[in-house]
Design a protein around this ligand. Structure first.
Ligand SMILES: Nc1ncnc2c1ncn2[C@@H]1O[C@H](COP(=O)(O)OP(=O)(O)OP(=O)(O)O)[C@@H](O)[C@H]1O
Ligand SMILES: [Mg+2]
Length: 475
């Protein structure tokens, strides 16, 4: 056995009964202290309990078949965690003269490898189940791993992103030097953190806080990059809502003042026109006065909308069956010539609670949303090929937790991401003069807010738009 002392591994010689006959210095050092006289004890005594029988069985096999067997095991150690080892078992004659066989057991320390395996397993589990999107790239920036949260958040299945550069998610919203600075930081081996706006597969924005850290090997060489995201969409949405609500409030005040200031002189112009009409017979003058009257009517309508928005409390609130209002609104829209090629589908949940609303106002909201959807189905987005399928508007209502959700969905021309923030502003319209004043959504927003509700929009250009209205269902 002396010769075995030069071995880097632990070596043991075991009898055909499984007792320890001899060990090299390394082998003895490991089991030292477990028993006063280790020699002549069964070798399996030094292994952890769960593996003892397995070792005995393999020993029998080795002695009968003359083969080499490799098993993984753990050797007990005094006052230390058991040592993970790989055991190689090989039968050998115990002495030259007799045919008595024994077994050489070589034990190789694999605790480092086991620890790494465990670390990897822990990381894989963490990455698999965390809600944080994770991406890993090679040193050239090619994606080599994304976790399920990343697939969910970005909308890309992993097959589509592996091997690509993360700039496929780029929204092009960041200034030129932004990503350059990030690369400088991480390729210098430092951690970079920043708020980023990326683009989902659908084209929608994806706001996250991103931390990128270089992965460095034992030789301090960068072998890849690790990126972890924290979703900021909800936070961004709330921030935008707050800004929006404040803007709406100030516009509301301005509109009320403006309506008053314009309304009064307009009323006097209108009565003056009537006076002249009554006192003048000239045909030309009469014709022009008619024109003035129709323009005054148009201005009055806009002013009425503005006043409606800012002075809504005079209407009477009643317990309202929302499904009935939706169906009435659909009927009204259906009769118009514009809607003749459009199919309307409604999926309305039965037995919804009645809500304290002003039915006429809520109907006005639905009519406006349905009219907008109709217009979007008849028009087409510039540069985007027209949709080939049938023109459809889907309306649904459901009760979810303490809220009633109403969705109005069309497969029309959609709204560009950069315009989504503007559509609730007064006088924002993409329609021709005379076809839209851009007050519809502004008024709708005000009405829904006044009932402590919320109106949200999601849209993909060229594919369609969905408006979701949430109304609190508790009285
Ligand atoms: N379903 C939709 N699909 C595509 N674009 C829409 C949709 N709904 C609204 N929009 C866009 O939002 C703009 C504002 O809508 P809003 O209802 O406030 O005004 P309008 O329809 O243009 O005019 P008004 O409703 O005052 O007659 C529209 O001009 C259109 O560009
Ligand atoms: Mg409208």
């Amino acid at each position: 056995m002396d010769i075995c002392n030069a071995f880097p591994d632990m070596c043991y010689i075991v009898s055909d009964k499984g007792t320890l006959i001899e060990a090299n210095q390394k082998g003895l050092a490991v089991i030292n202290g477990l028993h006063e006289s280790p020699v002549s004890l069964p070798f399996s005594f030094f292994l952890t309990k769960n593996i003892r029988q397995y070792f005995e069985d393999n020993l029998k096999d080795v002695l009968s078949d003359d083969k080499t067997i490799r098993i993984e095991a753990e050797i007990e150690q005094l006052n230390k965690v058991p040592l993970s080892v790989e055991l190689y078992l090989k039968a050998l004659p115990l002495d030259i003269n007799s045919s008595r066989k024994g077994c050489l057991v070589v034990a190789r320390d694999i605790s480092d490898r086991k620890r790494q395996e465990l670390d990897l397993l822990r990381f894989t589990n963490l990455a698999q189940y965390t809600v944080n999107p994770i991406e890993i790239t090679d040193p050239d920036g090619k994606i080599i791993y994304v976790n399920p949260a990343f697939e969910r958040a970005s909308g890309y299945p992993k097959e589509e992103v592996l091997g690509k550069n993360p700039n496929i998610f780029s929204s092009n919203k960041h200034p030129h030097g932004f990503w350059q600075k990030m690369w400088q930081t991480i390729s210098a081996g430092k951690v970079w953190v920043g708020e980023v706006e990326n683009k989902k597969r659908t084209g929608e924005p994806f706001f996250t806080q991103l931390l990128i850290s270089p992965i460095v090997n034992n030789d301090r060489k960068v072998v890849g990059y690790f990126g972890i995201h924290r979703d900021l969409s909800d936070q961004k949405y709330l921030e935008q809502q707050l800004v929006h609500a404040q803007k709406m409030e100030s516009i509301g005040m301005l509109a009320a003042g403006l309506a008053h200031e314009v309304g009064n002189p307009l009323a006097s112009i209108s009565s003056l026109v009537q006076v002249i009409q009554r006192t003048n017979d000239d045909e030309f003058t009469q014709e022009k006065l008619e024109l003035i009257k129709s323009q005054i009517t148009r201005i009055s309508r806009i002013i009425r909308d503005l006043v409606d928005f800012s002075r809504r409390s005079t209407y009477e609130v009643q317990l309202t069956d929302i499904n009935k209002v939706i169906l009435d609104a659909i009927e009204i829209i259906k009769v118009s010539k514009k809607a003749k090629d459009i199919s309307f589908n409604s999926a309305l949940e039965d037995n919804l609670p009645l809500l304290p609303l002003v039915p006429d106002q809520i109907e006005q909201v639905f009519i406006n949303l349905l009219l907008n959807a109709t217009d979007a189905l008849l028009d087409q987005a510039p540069g985007v090929p027209p949709y080939k399928g049938s023109k459809t508007i889907n309306v649904s209502s459901t009760l979810m937790d303490d809220s009633l959700l109403i969705m109005i969905e069309d497969n029309g021309k959609g709204i560009r991401q950069e315009d989504l923030g503007k559509i609730f502003e007064p006088f924002y319209t993409t329609k021709k003069v005379g076809e839209g004043t851009g007050l519809g959504l502004w008024v709708s927003y005000g009405i829904i807010k006044s009932f402590r509700g919320e109106i949200r929009v999601k849209s993909i250009e060229g594919r369609g738009t969905t408006f979701t209205i949430r109304l609190p269902a508790q009285s």
